[in-house]
Design a protein around this ligand. Structure first.
Ligand SMILES: Cc1cc2nc3c(=O)[nH]c(=O)nc-3n(C[C@H](O)[C@H](O)[C@H](O)COP(=O)(O)OP(=O)(O)OC[C@H]3O[C@@H](n4cnc5c(N)ncnc54)[C@H](O)[C@@H]3O)c2cc1C
Length: 425
C-alpha cells in the first residue's frame, strides 16, 4: 500500500502557476497522483490575489505575445463556451504615447500581430478629461511627454483572478488532485539517490535528488517536485545550490474613488462596457485600471530606480508614494483627478526576471521550477501550466491552446530562446 504522504508529483504553491500546472499535468496524465501544497489556508492567497488583474497580448517579444494570446483564448473559451465566468471584460489596453517615444516603434511592431487600433490626437482631444499637451513648466520640471497618439489593444482588458483560479482549482479537485493547505515547506534538502547511511551524505560523487519535503505537517515524499512559489522560490531553493534567477520587486496598487473618478471611468465611449480602458500614460508607465464594480480606478506603476529588491512577507502600500509620485503624474494628464479619495491600497511583488522579463520553466534533478512571471503571470497562466506539463512529461513541445507548438526547453536556463521583453507594466 502507498503511504498517504507519498505522491508521484508534489507541487508547492497554489497560486495561478501551481493551479494551472496541476490542472494540465492531471488532465494529460490521469493516473498520476498529485498533491498541491500551500502554506496559506486556501488557494491563491499570494501574489495572485494582489494583482492589478489586467490581461493583454501586447508584448514586444513574439514569445510573450504567444504565451498571453493563447492564455486569453483559453480563458475566453472557458467563459464563453464552457459558461464559467472568468470576469473577463474586453475594455482594451490604451497606450498613450508621444511621437518621440521609443516605445512607439515597438508598439507599431506589436500592432502587426495583436488586434490594435490607432487613435489620433484629434480623436483623443475629444475626451475633455485628458490633457494631451502639457505646459512647458510642468513638462521640464517633471520630465513629461505630450500625448500625440493612442494605441488601443482590443484583445486586452480586465479579469477577476479569483474566478480564474476557481476554475482551475475546482477542475483539478474534480480530477482527483489533492490539496494540502496550512502546510509550510521548509528549505529543500537534497539526499543521495543510493544512500549509504554515512554521516555527511550526499557526497560530491553521489547522485542526488530531493526525496521529501519537510513541512510543519510532517514529511511529504514524491518523485517529482514542482516549485510554483513565485518570489519565495529563491529561499526554498537556496540550500540546494540551484539558482532561481529571480528577484522580488515590490509593486503597489492604489484605488481611487469619487465623482471625479467616475467622470473619467465612464467618460470613454470606444468599448462595449463604456469604461476607460486599462490606460498607460506616456510617462514612466503609470497606469489607470478601471474597476467599475467599485466605481473606482486603480493606479499603479512598475517603478525601477530606488525601488530596492528587499522582501517582506507582508508588504505594505506607501500612501506617500501615491501622493508624491503617482498622483502628480496622473494629475498632469488628467487634471480632474487632483485630490481623489484613496479608498484602498495594497502591495505585492513581481517575481522579476531582471534579464529578459520572461518566465523561467526549467528542470534540475527531480525539481521543476516555474517562476519569474515578471508581472504577467495571470495573463500567461494557462500557457505556463501547459509548458510545465510538457517539461514534466519530457515532451519536446507543449501544445498551447491557440494551436502553436512551444519548445518546452525555450524558457529554461541551458537552452533558453527568449528575447528581452520591453513592456513590463
Ligand atoms: C501589484 C501587482 C500587480 C500585478 N498585475 C498583474 C496584471 O495586471 N496581470 C497579470 O497577469 N499579472 C499581474 N501581476 C503578477 C501576477 O500577480 C503574478 O505573476 C502571479 O500571481 C504569479 O503567480 P504564482 O502562482 O507564481 O505566485 P503566487 O500567487 O504568489 O503563488 C505562490 C504560492 O506559493 C506559496 N508558497 C510560497 N512558499 C511556500 C512554502 N515554503 N511552502 C508552502 N507554500 C509556499 C504561497 O503561499 C503562494 O500561495 C501583478 C502582481 C502584483 C504584485
Amino acid at each position: 500500500m502507498v503511504p498517504d504522504n507519498r505522491y508521484d508529483v508534489a507541487i508547492i504553491g497554489a497560486g495561478i502557476v501551481g493551479l494551472t500546472s496541476a490542472y494540465h499535468i492531471k488532465k494529460n496524465n490521469p493516473d498520476v497522483n498529485i498533491v498541491v501544497i500551500d502554506k496559506a489556508p486556501t488557494y491563491a492567497q499570494g501574489n495572485t490575489a494582489r494583482s492589478a488583474a489586467g490581461f493583454r497580448d501586447m508584448f514586444s517579444s513574439d514569445m510573450n505575445f504567444n504565451l498571453s494570446n493563447s492564455t486569453i483564448g483559453f480563458y475566453r473559451h472557458v467563459q464563453e463556451d464552457l459558461g464559467f465566468d472568468m470576469g473577463m471584460q474586453f475594455v482594451g489596453y490604451l497606450f498613450l504615447t508621444s511621437n518621440d517615444d521609443p516605445r512607439l516603434q515597438v508598439l507599431q511592431k506589436v500592432a502587426q500581430r495583436s488586434k490594435v487600433r490607432t487613435i489620433d490626437a484629434d480623436s483623443l482631444s475629444r475626451y475633455d478629461f485628458l490633457k494631451t499637451k502639457i505646459d512647458d513648466e510642468t513638462k521640464s520640471l517633471m520630465n513629461l511627454k505630450d500625448i500625440d497618439i493612442g494605441i488601443l489593444g482590443e484583445n486586452c482588458g480586465t479579469i477577476e483572478p479569483e474566478l480564474v483560479v476557481d476554475f482551475y482549482y475546482n477542475s483539478a479537485l474534480r480530477m482527483g488532485v489533492k490539496f494540502l493547505f496550512n502546510t509550510h515547506v521548509k528549505e529543500f534538502h537534497l539526499e543521495p539517490v543510493d544512500p549509504m547511511d554515512y554521516p555527511g551524505e550526499p557526497f560530491l560523487w553521489q547522485k542526488k535528488k530531493l526525496r521529501k519535503l519537510e513541512t510543519n505537517n510532517g514529511d511529504i515524499e514524491a518523485d517529482i517536485f514542482i516549485a510554483c512559489t513565485d518570489v519565495w522560490t529563491t529561499g526554498l531553493l537556496d540550500n540546494t545550490g540551484i539558482d532561481s534567477h529571480i528577484r522580488p520587486k515590490k509593486r503597489q496598487v492604489f484605488q481611487i474613488s469619487g465623482p471625479n473618478v467616475e467622470s473619467v471611468l465612464y467618460g470613454w465611449d470606444q468599448n462595449d462596457d463604456g469604461v476607460l480602458p486599462f490606460t498607460i500614460l506616456p510617462s514612466y508607465g503609470v497606469y489607470l485600471r478601471p474597476a467599475p464594480k467599485a466605481k473606482s480606478l486603480w493606479v499603479g506603476v512598475a517603478d525601477d530606480y530606488n525601488r530596492d529588491f528587499s522582501f517582506s512577507e507582508e508588504p505594505e502600500a506607501e500612501k506617500e508614494y501615491y501622493e508624491n509620485s503617482l498622483a502628480q503624474v496622473v494629475h498632469a494628464y488628467i487634471p480632474t483627478l487632483t485630490y481623489p479619495k484613496v479608498t484602498g491600497m495594497w502591495a505585492g511583488y513581481y517575481a522579476y526576471n531582471t534579464i529578459d522579463g520572461t518566465p523561467y520553466i526549467f528542470r534540475d534533478l527531480n525539481i521543476i521550477v516555474a517562476s519569474g512571471t515578471s508581472g504577467s503571470g495571470i495573463l500567461k497562466g494557462d500557457s505556463i501550466g501547459r509548458i510545465v506539463e510538457a517539461v514534466y512529461s519530457g515532451k519536446e513541445y507543449a501544445e498551447l491552446y491557440n494551436g502553436s507548438k512551444f519548445k518546452a526547453s525555450a524558457l529554461g536556463i541551458e537552452n533558453r530562446e527568449v528575447e528581452k521583453e520591453e513592456f513590463i507594466i
